[in-house]
Each structure stands twice: as structure tokens, then as C-alpha cells.
Write a protein that binds this ligand. Structure first.
Ligand code: NAD
Ligand code: WQD
Length: 349
């Protein structure tokens, strides 16, 4: 681990899937992360695993981001003692289907937390922000690979709306506070786990996303995977996405912070993906080739709301951040499988 001190970073949602991997990357780069999480979709046990992995003590404020003023008063003395150089804002609800069924919870949590983060920046004089956005802001793009300048299509879910609205809120905030700067990281499909198998993705209940469903089905925990749609206008008829290893994504946040340090007034959207379109069938085949484990699966109709294909143009991430993925799809699937295999039976949905 790098022992240089590059500044303290507030990491909202730092106990979650992407947040926890980013905490490791921050420590490796010499930043001091301070986590803030209400464990709505994570477990405090991740803090012990972070300690085991990094050898560092991990501080986490258990708090709800939507409680703007109460959290501000807890952050103030911490900021006076050691100022926060920036905020990485992960905390949000993220299940697309759930957001259709319970839109108000999504608007309240995701927009409420965003408002709080911007208020804390204003009140405490914190100038740098890295925000977790999503390729969902593009909808079904007209041209592929999709670049940051592609026009946003209407979002297909309340979750997607919250990401578009948060991006607008941050843009307005930076325009009004030109000493601040923000990067909006538009993730494509984050997958995989830390190579140590100490960190990974464990959705509550039965997974909705492809890779956690696939690994749990391969482990025999849940019924066979259904491939949603075989009649898409893609080479093998199944839908195409851009899968990016979560550790590569995590490193992108550190590089975004480094980039922002000397860029007051900018609010820059940047794609993070592997720049490669992979079909559901290709992903299943790559998993079996990489791990030797068969994937019990069947085919079914398209899932409502799914786009046929989306993958990233990541030229900007390379040009501005010097970022490039280091792990392959096979690495990511091997790591996801290693993570699945060490999960205790009690994690079974
Ligand atoms: P996650 O659910 O694992 O992590 C989110 C964390 O935020 C959890 O630990 C949760 O407990 C916490 N949280 C939620 N609401 C909170 C609140 N009000 N106060 C404090 N903590 C709160 O999700 P993730 O996959 O790590 O995603 C992180 C971010 O990245 C989210 O903003 C998500 O929308 C975005 N994103 C995720 C994906 C993906 O596929 N995983 C893709 C694109 C964007
Ligand atoms: C991937 C592919 C499915 C499950 C979602 C959000 C997006 C972003 C990432 C947050 C699709 C197919 C899936 C299954 C399947 N999240 N599939 N059987 O839908 O691309 O993106 O997560 O911002 O906003 O929408 O990801 O993993 O659900 O699906 O065939 O059981 O796998 O149809 O083609 P998606 P996913």
C-alpha cells in the first residue's frame, strides 16, 4: 500500500459493492477514505473484510444521507480535524424493477442523498465530487459505441430518471460554485469481485442482474438462468452489454479524483466500460470456459424495458484520466465465481 497522504475522501455508500472495492483502490493510492453508509443494502461485516484485505483500520459513519442537517453536524467536527478533500457519492438505491414498483422511495433516497451531498460541499467548502452515474442515462443510443456526447434518451425507469436528474443537479451546482469540480462516471455493467474473494456482490434476495444470477444458478442455489430474449438484432440474437471488472471501475474513481484536483469549474461526464459488446450467450460460454462450471440455463422472452445493445466509447476516460481496463471478461467471471464459492450457505436467498 502507498503510505503517502493525498487527502481524506468521504465515500457515501462505501460499504456497498462498488464502494467497498473503491475504498481498497483509494487506500492503495494514498487517499484516506472515510465511509458513510446506512447499510440499507450492505452489511457492516464488509468493514472487517476491508480491514483484513488492507491491514488498515476503516472508519465508517453509520448514517442516512437523506438526513441532510443531522449528518452535516456529524461531519463538521471531522472536517475541522482533517478536511475532506473530496466526496465520492455512491449511496443510492439501484434496482431498476423495484424503482418501477416503488418510485417515491427512489426519488426520495437518490435525490435526497444527492441534495445532501451538495449541501455538505457548500457548507463545509469541499470542492471535489465524483458521482456514480450509469449508462442507463443513454437509453437505447442511436449510435454505438456510445460516447458522452450522445443525446440522453428519456430514461426507462424512475431509477434512470434519478441518475439523469442527479447529473443535472451537479451541473447546476458547479455552475453556481465555480471553485467546485465534478466528474460524472457513467458505469456500464460492473461485474466481478476482488481477486482475494474477500469483497464481491451479494444482492439481497434473488439477484436480478445477470452475473450474480448466473453464479448462484451455477452453484445450484437458485433455479436455472433464463436468457431473456433470443430474437434481438445482434449476432447471436441475445442482448449485448459492456461488462467491466469492478476493480477497474474502482481505480477509475481514484483517477477521476486525481484529475479533478486542478480543474475548478468543470463538470465532466466520463464513460467507464470495457468498450466491448458481449452477448448473454458469449458471457455464459466465457464463464464455463474460464471456470469449468456449467451454467444451467433456458431461454425465455425479452425482459420488459431491456435495450438490445449498448457498449461504451471510453476514449475520454483514456484521454482525460489515463484509465484503461486491466482485467478481461474471463478474469471478472473467474473472480465472481471465486467470490460465490466462498459465500456461506446462510447467504443463500
Ligand atoms: P450497492 O447497493 O451495493 O451500494 C450502495 C450503498 O449505498 C449500500 O451500501 C447502501 O447501504 C448505501 N446507501 C443507500 N442509500 C443510502 C442512504 N440514504 N444513506 C447512506 N447509505 C445509503 O450498489 P453498488 O452496485 O455499489 O452501486 C453504487 C452506485 O453506483 C449507486 O449509485 C448505483 O446507482 C451506481 N451504479 C451501479 C451500477 C451497478 O450495476 N452496480 C451501475 C451503474 C451505476
Ligand atoms: C444484463 C443482460 C439482460 C438477467 C442494469 C441496469 C443499469 C445498470 C446495470 C445501474 C441483459 C440479461 C439478465 C437474467 C438475462 N445499473 N439477463 N437473464 O439490465 O444491462 O443493466 O444494471 O445503473 O442501469 O439497468 O444489467 O445484469 O440486469 O442484464 O438474460 O436473469 O443480461 O436481459 O441483456 P442491465 P443486467
Amino acid at each position: 500500500m502507498n503510505t503517502a497522504h493525498k487527502g481524506r475522501i468521504l465515500v457515501t455508500g462505501g460499504a456497498g459493492y462498488i464502494g467497498s472495492h473503491t475504498v481498497v483502490a483509494l487506500l492503495e493510492a494514498g487517499y484516506e477514505p472515510l465511509l458513510l453508509d446506512n447499510f440499507a443494502n450492505s452489511s457492516p461485516s464488509v468493514l472487517e473484510r476491508l480491514h483484513t484485505l488492507t491491514g488498515q483500520s476503516i472508519t465508517c459513519l453509520e448514517a442516512d444521507c437523506t438526513q441532510t442537517d443531522a449528518v452535516l453536524e456529524r461531519l463538521r467536527p471531522l472536517h475541522v480535524a482533517i478536511p475532506f478533500a473530496g466526496i465520492i457519492h455512491f449511496a443510492a438505491y439501484k434496482a431498476v424493477g423495484e424503482s418501477m414498483a416503488r418510485p417515491l422511495e427512489y426519488y426520495h433516497n437518490n435525490l435526497g442523498a444527492m441534495t445532501s451531498v451538495l449541501r455538505w460541499m457548500e457548507e463545509l467548502g469541499i470542492s471535489l465530487l465524483v458521482f456514480s452515474s450509469s449508462c442507463t442515462v443513454y437509453g437505447q443510443p442511436e449510435a454505438l459505441p456510445v460516447s458522452e456526447s450522445a443525446p440522453m434518451q428519456p430514461a426507462s425507469s424512475p431509477y434512470g430518471h434519478t441518475k439523469q436528474m442527479c447529473e443535472q443537479m451537479i451541473g447546476d451546482f458547479v455552475r453556481a460554485n465555480p471553485s467546485c469540480a465534478a466528474v460524472l462516471l457513467r458505469y456500464f455493467n460492473p461485474i466481478g469481485a476482488h481477486p482475494s474473494a474477500l469483497l464481491g456482490e451479494l444482492p439481497l434476495g434473488r439477484p436480478n442482474n445477470l452475473v450474480p444470477y448466473l453464479t448462484q444458478a451455477a452453484a445450484g442455489w437458485i433455479p436455472p438462468l433464463t436468457v431473456f430474449g433470443t430474437d434481438y438484432p445482434t449476432p447471436d440474437g441475445t442482448a449485448v452489454r459492456d461488462y467491466i471488472h469492478v476493480c477497474d471501475l474502482a481505480r477509475g474513481h481514484v483517477q477521476a479524483l486525481d484529475y479533478l484536483a486542478h480543474k475548478p469549474g468543470i463538470c465532466q461526464a466520463i464513460n467507464l466500460g470495457a468498450s466491448e459488446g458481449v452477448s448473454v450467450r458469449q458471457l455464459i460460454d466465457t464463464f464455463t470456459a474460464a471456470t469449468g462450471a456449467p451454467v444451467p440455463h433456458q431461454t425465455g422472452p425479452r425482459r420488459a424495458g431491456d435495450v438490445a445493445q449498448v457498449y461504451a466509447d471510453t476514449t475520454l476516460a483514456t484521454q482525460l484520466l489515463g484509465w484503461q481496463p486491466q482485467f478481461s471478461l474471463a478474469d471478472a467471471l473467474r473472480h465472481a465465481w471465486a467470490w460465490q464459492q466462498q459465500l456461506p450457505e446462510t447467504s443463500r436467498p
